[in-house]
Design a protein around this ligand. Structure first.
Ligand code: ADP
Ligand code: MG
Length: 499
């Protein structure tokens, strides 16, 4: 792990690089500096980065998009790389390190041509964590996706971090689960387990004090005050009676449920939980059915949901409300365990990547092999193709082909292998015939990545290659930086002007 400075300033003050070739080279250098910070995180043997921001918040990650997001990159051209990492994450959820790495490598290949005064337009035309518990999570990730309905809606996957325990204590719940935030007196007497309960979800406060706070009341006699208090009691009891009449056995609310209500429900064998975060409540409703109620005056049976089993149980130091066997929409929840919260956070990010891969794979059943196999295949194809083309373009296409080799090369470097040797083997194998040979991470050398089950959805590859190419072209097409008036005092803050 490398401690890093959060801010990278890449423009030297006092050097005039704002135009033409100087500008272009300076932009390429800036992008390369970014690429160099993240290259060591690629692949299963990649390293984590420990990042400290200006407020002292620590994040440990090897996720490309996360690192790029945390780096305070002020250089306008280099920000392009942040953008492509972010959009790769949003579009396909994986390949965020690869996209930045390949974009940087394309620029590195382009640099000598820029230096030789080849016009930029000519060039343009040519053109996870070393995840402990990997096996443990493999099955869980696939199970999670298979638990969902066929639309594979991401929002139906919940992830909860519960500090404490070890990674192996992580559970996958086939339903909705969320933490119980507050427990009032009376809660102990409530039942904690129901089969096929009626579930009522409210956006209603069930606390005694609420009414008095809503109005400005003036009184001059004690009896009047008593009347108001009585009225308030009546209001809340009316609400509670209505809820009981609805037949609800599990009452959830976004707003607080106080001790009076808690005891009232306990006496009637009803379970309740208040202050449930909106997101959790929405997911519960999507899964169990029914609808969120903002009033209890007219609770029709169809407003209530149900599930096969409701249970409140202890997970680590927390109480969790768990709903399984939900009829409306299938849902699943990871209860992630582990030591430091930052560690669990990183596990969460890796899981997100893995979930997206499995999901994409199920959605478009087209796969290619990983471990640099696809990059070697495309590279070989382009090199062959370049030979059929005359002039400068031949060299440029060959340079593009070479840039793609950065993926297997970096995978080797990160695993401590002799990358020159492995790459020679790969070039030779791919030169002989179409194949899926890539970097064998487990035994220094090469292996058929398809047979080794190192697979990736084609979509991830297509998207990242396209985005990396576009980003490289964009950077190459910037030949001038125009400083906004007043910018430059608090550090470099130039705006990019494009041709
Ligand atoms: P990205 O953010 O680009 O997805 P990762 O750190 O996830 O970066 O690394 C992805 C690269 O690692 C891909 O090229 C993938 O094929 C490769 N890779 C993943 N697992 C293996 C493995 N077991 N053997 C060889 N290569 C692997
Ligand atoms: Mg990845």
């Amino acid at each position: 792990m490398l401690p890093m400075q959060p801010q990278i300033i890449l423009l030297k003050e006092g050097t005039d690089q704002s135009q033409g070739r100087g500008q272009l080279i300076s932009n390429i250098n800036a992008c390369q500096a970014i690429t160099d910070t993240i290259r060591t995180t690629l692949g299963p043997r990649g390293m984590d980065k420990l990042m400290v921001d200006s407020r002292g918040t620590v994040t440990i990650t090897n996720d490309g998009a996360t690192i790029m997001g945390l780096l305070d990159i002020v250089h306008p051209a280099a920000r392009t790389l942040v953008d492509i990492a972010r959009s790769q994450d949003a579009e396909v959820g994986d390949g965020t390190t690869s996209v930045v790495l390949v974009a940087g490598e394309l620029l590195r290949e382009a640099k000598p041509y820029v230096e030789e005064n080849v016009p930029a337009q000519t060039i343009i035309r040519g053109a996870h964590p070393p995840f402990c518990g990997r096996d443990f999570f493999k099955k869980m990730v696939v199970d999670a996706i298979l638990m969902l309905d066929s639309d594979l809606d991401n929002s139906m996957i919940g992830m909860k971090r519960i500090p404490g325990g070890s990674l192996q204590d992580t559970q996958l719940i086939a339903g909705v689960a969320f933490k119980k935030a507050f427990s009032y007196a009376g809660f102990e007497q409530q039942p904690k387990r129901f089969e096929n309960p009626k579930i009522l979800c409210l956006n209603v406060e069930l606390e005694l004090k609420a009414e008095r706070d809503n109005a400005d009341i003036r009184i001059d006699k004690v009896e009047e005050y008593q009347k108001i208090v009585d009225a308030e009691w009546k209001i809340i009891y009316d609400k509670l009676e209505k809820i009981v009449e609805s037949g609800a056995q599990v009452v959830l609310s976004k707003l607080p449920i106080g001790d009076l209500a808690t005891q009232f429900f306990a006496d009637r064998n009803i379970f309740c939980a208040g202050r449930i975060p909106e997101e959790d409540l929405q997911r519960t409703i999507s899964a169990v059915g029914g609808a969120l109620q903002s009033s209890v005056s007219d609770l029709k049976p169809e407003f209530l949901g149900t599930c096969a089993l409701f249970e409140e149980s202890q997970v680590g130091g927390e109480r969790y409300n768990i709903f399984t066997g939900c009829p409306k929409a299938k849902s699943c929840t990871f209860l992630l365990r582990g030591g430091a919260d930052q560690f669990i956070e990183e596990v969460q990010r890796s899981l997100h990547d893995s979930l997206m891969i499995v999901k994409r794979t199920l959605q478009n059943q087209e796969l290619v092999a990983g471990g640099g196999a696809t990059e070697m295949t495309v590279s070989r194809f382009l090199r062959d193709h370049s030979r059929s083309i005359a002039g400068k373009q031949q060299l440029l296409i060959a340079a593009y082909a070479r840039a793609l080799e950065i993926i297997p090369r970096q995978l080797c470097d990160n695993a401590g292998f002799d990358s020159t040797d492995v790459l020679n083997q790969l070039r030779q194998l791919h030169g002989q015939k179409d194949c899926w040979f890539g970097v064998d991470i487990n035994n220094e050398g090469v292996a058929d990545m398809f047979e080794s089950f190192v697979w990736e959805p084609s979509l991830v590859k297509i998207n990242y290659l396209r985005a990396a190419t576009e980003a490289a072209c964009l950077v190459l097409s910037i030949d001038e930086t125009i400083r906004a008036p007043g910018a430059g005092k608090g550090g470099p803050g130039p705006m990019a002007g494009m041709m």
